[in-house]
Design a protein. Structure first.
Length: 249
């Protein structure tokens, strides 16, 4: 008799059967199993396998995240297939969350996956966000029209790396690589330059001589004048397409 696929552990999701720990977040509680959490998460492995009081505790408190984010990570650990498939947002995202929360929700998922060291979830979220960015780049290739959603996405991707030291660089590296391979005038957009600058200045693993690190000069957006940006964008824009920001003071 063949063994059942590993994803059948999903039947144990929030199931008190054989549960030896309750994950708590605010007023929300989820029945879990230390061995399953340890197999998926580096942080849980350390917590439950070390000489810490939590290793023998019957509950584990998670702070700093909305209960829905914690729920999504736990559901992913229990219900995800044993391979890196595209991130299926409707499957992991709580049904009561509005669609306009998608970006914020996915970035929070990346944050908790990074903190709890769940690499497969980091890869899944990165793939979802990178694909979303690529779609916006395709739109910008044909028209230089300002895309507020694209700007919003890049700003939110840059912020965690700009404001914190994050070991998992998969998200910003994947988006930056996608952008640098897209040879179009989207590359000179201020928000794109900012993301590439943040990526460059927060890469302790790359020497200054690295060609990727020196692809863009080390400037902040305060040094990037609107006049020069407008002139460069005007010279590269396609006929018949306008930039909503062109000509601003």
């Amino acid at each position: 008799m063949s063994a059942r696929p590993s994803w059948h552990k999903g039947i144990l999701y929030d199931n008190p059967v054989r549960s030896d720990v309750v994950i708590k977040c605010g007023s929300h509680e989820y029945h879990a199993h230390k061995v399953i959490l340890m197999a998926a998460s580096g942080l849980f492995y350390t917590a439950f396998n070390g000489n810490f009081s939590v290793a023998e505790a019957s509950s584990y408190e998670i702070d700093g995240y909305e209960p829905e984010i914690v729920e999504s990570m736990i559901r992913y650990i229990y219900k995800s297939p044993p391979s890196d498939k595209p991130f299926e947002r409707p499957y992991y995202k709580p049904s009561n969350w509005p669609s306009d929360c998608t970006l914020d929700w996915t970035l929070q998922c990346f944050a908790i996956a990074n903190e709890y060291q769940v690499p497969s979830l980091c890869r899944a979220v990165t793939g979802y966000i990178t694909e979303s960015c690529a779609k916006h780049v395709e739109k910008l290739k044909s028209c230089n029209k300002h895309d507020k959603t694209f700007s919003f996405i890049l700003d939110h991707i840059s912020a965690p790396y700009r404001d914190n030291v994050i070991a998992d660089r998969l998200l910003i590296e994947s988006v930056a690589d996608m952008l640098t391979k897209s040879f179009c005038h989207a590359l000179i957009r201020p928000e794109v330059m900012e993301l590439l600058y943040v990526r460059r200045t927060t890469r302790p693993d790359k020497p200054p001589s690295d060609p990727v690190s020196t692809m863009f000069r080390p400037v902040t957006m305060s040094d990037w004048s609107k006049k020069n940006a407008s002139r460069a964008m005007s010279s590269m824009s396609n006929p018949g397409c306008s930039d909503n920001r062109r000509g601003t003071a």
